[in-house]
Structures are given as structure tokens and as C-alpha cells.
Design a protein around this ligand. Structure first.
Ligand code: SF4
Length: 354
């Protein structure tokens, strides 16, 4: 018997198209979405406003498949890290961060990552495969179940595609996933509460711009000088900084939205005043703002976090030169906080190859 399809893989437009192709009514998709996402009803038999034939077809061909929880690490600051197992036994990570303004879920988009950034635990394990839209949605649903079980008043209010993987290397699936997050008939998370982060795949930044979605875009910059960025981000050899910034300008012109430049502060590497000046020169003429991030050291790499004073001097220099700058709050320092760290540790323990 053929494997059943996962209902969670289907955005509303995708399910509508699918049903019409199978000879069913387009509006049945909306009815099903209301049952599943608004009423928590996962038994097609109980979806009483659906035609009997449609119900029978859905029962025979669809299932609701979520990842299973392998491990949960809870930090004193409220951050929760989930190690999840997918249907093929692949391990991924999802993180819940609690801010005053809401619950943010950091979503993994691929099993492993091929971008090989030299400061990132996720890049230690090469990409095995892309995640489906349902596997990404499943991460948010699992976090929502966790919050519900603890009778917390709020579900997930924000999602950031910043976990393991490069979202733009899994473009079609993340676009469907964003629809599942944002659509009022599914999770109804506001577009402005969804952020996609890329290491700088230039053609995809432009393709994303052309979609004119209202979601936010973050660029993982981490160095403002090509020679330095080449050392820590191999993608820079394919798409150097000038091309990335030109794609950002294209994005801004198409969407009227500002990007965030993510910048991990590495001790004695990218944290000097010269680096700050180079950064200002680079992003001049764009509307973006800078988010400085503390580095969580990883045993496999030599980089160390910049000392706190340097971070403040760097931030003040940017501000004086007219660049809006924030310093990201540290989360989960008492657990395997760095992206991909928990998964890499478990894979190592299980004896899997890098
Ligand atoms: S920083 Fe992002 S793009 Fe780079 S290796 Fe890690 S997960 Fe991949």
C-alpha cells in the first residue's frame, strides 16, 4: 500500500489545487483547515460538513504525522530546546525562546546544512535532506502542545527560520511553510512575526523579493570584508558582499521593507573599530539595521566570543555612525544553546558520520 500523505505538508492553496485535481470541491480544503487548525479535530470521520466521499478519500490517503520528541532541555531563563526525531529517524532541533512580547520558535529547515559556516555546529553535519513543510510546521505544533500541556496562556506568536539549515536552499518548501504559519485558516501568525534568515544566496534573495511577502528577512553577514567573510562563510566565494548588498537593495525596492544584518561577534576577528567602519561603509545606502549576536563557542572551532566591552564599543561606534544597532539577548546559556549543538552531540554519541 502506498504511504499516506501528511496533511501538514499541505498549505491551503496547495490542498485546494490537490482536491480539485482529484475531482473534489475546492471549498472542502477550507472546511478541513477549520476542523484541523481551529477545532483541533484530526479525525476526518468527524468532519461532518464534508461530503462522505471526500471524508472516505481523506481517510484512505492522508494522515497527520508529527515528529516525535527525543529530548527536551529547559534553561533557567525559560528557553526550551527540543531534539526531535523525524519519520526517517533523522534528528533535528527546535528552540522556544520566551520574550516579553511573545513566544518565538526557532525552526529547522534542513537535516544538516551544506553551507559549512566555520563557527556553526549545524554546518558540522552535512545536509542529508530538506525538511517538508509539514516537518517544519510540526516543530511549531510540538512547541504549541508543550505550552498547552503547561497551561501557558500563549502559543507560538513568532517564528524565525534560523535553526539548522539554509532556508533558501529549501525554497519551495519554506514558502509553503510560511503560508501555513501565516494563513488565517491555519496558524494565523502575523507576517511581521515571521523572519527568514539567509547566509546570502543572492538569486534566492531576489526571488523572495519578487514574492513581496510581508515577512521579515535577515542576512547573516558576520563580516563586512570579503577576505574575512571568505574565512568563515564559504558561500561568500560564490556570492561576495557586493552582490549580497545589491540583492538587499533589490529586496528593499520590491518590498519597502528593512532587512536585519546579523553579526556574530568573534573575539579578535571581526570586533575591531575597523570592522565597524567597514560594516558601515558596506551597508550604507541600504535601510537595514544591525543585530549583534554573542557567540556560543563550539569545541570543533577555534573562535571565541568577543569580550563584552568590545561588543559595546562596536555597537556604540555603529550608532555614532548612524546605524541602528541592537545587541541580542543571550538565551539558554546553561543548555546546548548554539544552533545544532545538541543534535551534533547526539549524532556523535550515536556514532554517525560527519
Ligand atoms: S550558520 Fe546557517 S547557513 Fe551557516 S552552516 Fe550554520 S545553519 Fe548553515
Amino acid at each position: 500500500m502506498a504511504k499516506k500523505l501528511n496533511f501538514y505538508d499541505y498549505s491551503l492553496p496547495k490542498l485546494q489545487t490537490f482536491l480539485v485535481e482529484q475531482g473534489f470541491k475546492k471549498y472542502s480544503a477550507t472546511q478541513m483547515f477549520e476542523w484541523v487548525y481551529l477545532k483541533d479535530e484530526l479525525d476526518f470521520q468527524n468532519m461532518t460538513n464534508l461530503a462522505l466521499l471526500t471524508r472516505d478519500y481523506m481517510i484512505a490517503n492522508f494522515t497527520f504525522e508529527l515528529p516525535t520528541v527525543s529530548e527536551i532541555q529547559e534553561s533557567k531563563d525559560g528557553t526550551v530546546k527540543f531534539l526531535l526525531k523525524l519519520g526517517d529517524n533523522s534528528l533535528i532541533e527546535t528552540v522556544l525562546m520566551r520574550y516579553r512580547y511573545g513566544n518565538v520558535v526557532c525552526v529547522t529547515t534542513q537535516v544538516g546544512c551544506n553551507m559549512g559556516c566555520r563557527f556553526c555546529a549545524s554546518g558540522l553535519l552535512k545536509k542529508k535532506r530538506d525538511l517538508t513543510p509539514g516537518e517544519m510546521l510540526g516543530q511549531v505544533l510540538i512547541v504549541n502542545n508543550y505550552l498547552k500541556e503547561r497551561a501557558e496562556p500563549r502559543h507560538t506568536t513568532h517564528a524565525v527560520l534560523m535553526g539548522i539549515g539554509e532556508p533558501f536552499d529549501n525554497f519551495t518548501n519554506i514558502i509553503d511553510f510560511i503560508d501555513l504559519l501565516n494563513n488565517p485558516k491555519s496558524l494565523a501568525i502575523g507576517a511581521r512575526h515571521i523572519t527568514v534568515s539567509t547566509c546570502g544566496i543572492v538569486p534566492k534573495i531576489k526571488e523572495f523579493a519578487d514574492l513581496k511577502l510581508q515577512v521579515k528577512l535577515a542576512i547573516s553577514l558576520h563580516a563586512a570584508i570579503d577576505e574575512k567573510r571568505n574565512k568563515i562563510m564559504p558561500i561568500n566565494k560564490a556570492y561576495p558582499l557586493k552582490e549580497v548588498i545589491s540583492a538587499v537593495k533589490y529586496y528593499e525596492s520590491k518590498t519597502n521593507k528593512r532587512v536585519t544584518y546579523e553579526y556574530i561577534m568573534l573575539d579578535d576577528f571581526n570586533d575591531s573599530l575597523e570592522d565597524a567602519q567597514a560594516l558601515v561603509r558596506l551597508i550604507k545606502g541600504t535601510n537595514g539595521f544591525v543585530n549583534l549576536i554573542a557567540y556560543n563557542p563550539i569545541a570543533e572551532f577555534d573562535y571565541k566570543p568577543a569580550v563584552r566591552d568590545h561588543v559595546y564599543v562596536f555597537a556604540n561606534a555603529l550608532k555614532k555612525m548612524g546605524v541602528q544597532t541592537t545587541i541580542r539577548k543571550d538565551f539558554g546559556n546553561d543548555i546546548d544553546a548554539a544552533c545544532g549543538q545538541l543534535r551534533a552531540k547526539m549524532e556523535k554519541k550515536n556514532g554517525h558520520d560527519r
